[in-house]
Design a protein around this ligand. Structure first.
Ligand code: SAH
Ligand code: SF4
Length: 388
């Protein structure tokens, strides 16, 4: 029997795993043991799971696998960021980025190969849509990254104990997860929620709801579902303060315009683990960064408890867009703060490895020429015409 016919246990949440174990005549607590082996210890060989009965281990070996997507490249940035490119078959690749900071280590993971939303400032949007990732492929990014990071820390500590590299060892592990990689998580709802539940599960990754963030371009009905099924922290990609501009920058706005989006944010807040929504706002030179835009944005911010996160645009050739100058970003931020809106400017990280949304996988797709075709179509959109 090859792997294709075996059940991949990696993407099974506690209930699904318990059902499987009970179906085989086992006790439900065996599922919890199994979960701890897979997710806490990063085990993928059933024969190593020493506290499981031999017969059960044999059954597992025969019928199941623990399989993350295959890594095709790993890149290390000079600032400690690390980026993995996962091959998810048929020429599709998705990326995962680890961003170490002073007080946390954040893993940014992908939910789809490509994206249907097609925002013109996003290289994932340029690739078009290939397919949804499975729950195994989503949680597999965390499973793999954590194994690798902990292995490196372990070997650095080992070397340190011999008096070699302790001072340069990186002790930071994954404390936060953000669904801000490739794809729109709320358009791949069931696998994403399964993966989120594993992130929160004490027998798996045990992260608190505050440390797991879903970023969405504003899929209103799914925001409501998420508030009931798995209310983690929410970031909303706003990027424009009026419908005319947002229709262009985040085309999903035509379906769920700002008024509906803001109402959905307020409904979500009743269940959210934090008492604010993070609004992401990519700063595009001459497009959405004027004082008039800042004034409109202040009006929106008054309608929802929120924090504004201004993101310097990460340029890529096909977009034809440029990053707002830093002086403009600072002035824009100041306008918001003067009006009492809590505003931060995101630090650009991992620039030497293009650690922004979709960039490396974008290069891979370029070779298939799909990106070029998308770019030709997209550049005909006159974004500048609707800029205030
Ligand atoms: N689809 C979801 C999550 C993935 S994108 C969403 O749109 O929210 C994660 C964040 O990266 C979004 O806020 C997105 O707007 C931003 N982003 C995409 N391309 C970017 C670029 N080239 N420069 C800066 N931020 C970008
Ligand atoms: Fe999709 Fe998000 Fe990129 Fe827009 S910004 S194209 S929603 S991944």
């Amino acid at each position: 029997m090859d792997n294709l016919e075996r059940v991949n246990l990696l993407g099974m949440d506690a209930t699904a795993l318990a059902d499987l174990v009970v179906q085989w005549g086992g006790k439900p607590f065996r599922a919890r043991q199994l979960q701890r082996w897979i997710h806490q210890r990063g085990a993928d060989a059933f024969e190593d799971m020493s506290d499981l009965a031999r017969g059960f281990r044999e059954q597992l070996t025969q019928h199941c696998v623990v399989q993350a997507p295959t890594v095709s490249t790993v890149q290390h940035a000079t600032d400690g960021c690390r980026k993995w490119l996962f091959d998810v078959g048929a020429g599709n690749a998705v990326e995962t980025v680890f961003i170490p900071e002073d007080d946390r280590g954040t893993l940014c993971i992908s939910s789809q190969a490509g994206c249907t939303v097609g925002c013109p400032f996003c290289s994932t949007g340029y690739q078009g849509f290939s397919r949804n990732l499975t729950a195994s492929e989503i949680i597999g990014q965390l499973w793999w990254a954590r194994r690798e990071i902990e292995r490196d820390i372990g070997s650095a500590r080992l070397a340190g104990s011999e008096g070699k590299v302790e001072s340069t060892a990186d002790p930071r592990v994954i404390s936060n997860v953000v669904m801000m990689g490739m794809g729109e998580p709320l358009l791949n709802y069931v696998p994403v929620v399964t993966a989120l539940k594993l992130m929160l599960d004490d027998n798996a990754y045990g992260l608190s709801r505050r440390r797991v963030t879903v970023s969405t371009s504003g899929v209103v009905p799914m925001m409501d579902r998420l508030s009931q099924d798995c209310p983690v922290a929410l970031a909303v990609s706003l990027h424009a303060p009026n419908d005319a501009l947002r229709d262009r920058l985040v085309p999903l706005n035509k379906k769920y315009p700002l008024k509906e989006l803001i109402a959905a944010c307020n409904r979500y807040l009743e269940f959210a683990p934090r008492d604010f929504i993070t609004f992401e706002y990519v700063m595009l030179d001459g497009i959405n960064d004027s004082d008039a835009h800042a004034r409109e944005l202040i009006e929106i911010a008054r309608q929802v408890r929120c924090k504004l996160n201004l993101i310097p645009f990460n340029p890529f050739p096909q977009s034809g867009l440029t990053r707002s100058p830093m002086a403009r970003v600072r002035t824009f931020a100041q306008r918001l703060m003067d009006a009492g809106v809590i505003t931060t400017v995101r630090k650009t990280r991992g620039e030497d490895i293009d650690a922004a949304c979709g960039q490396l996988a974008g290069e891979v797709r370029d070779r298939t020429r799909i990106a070029e075709r998308m770019a030709t179509q997209r550049l005909s959109i006159p974004i500048k015409q609707v800029a205030a």
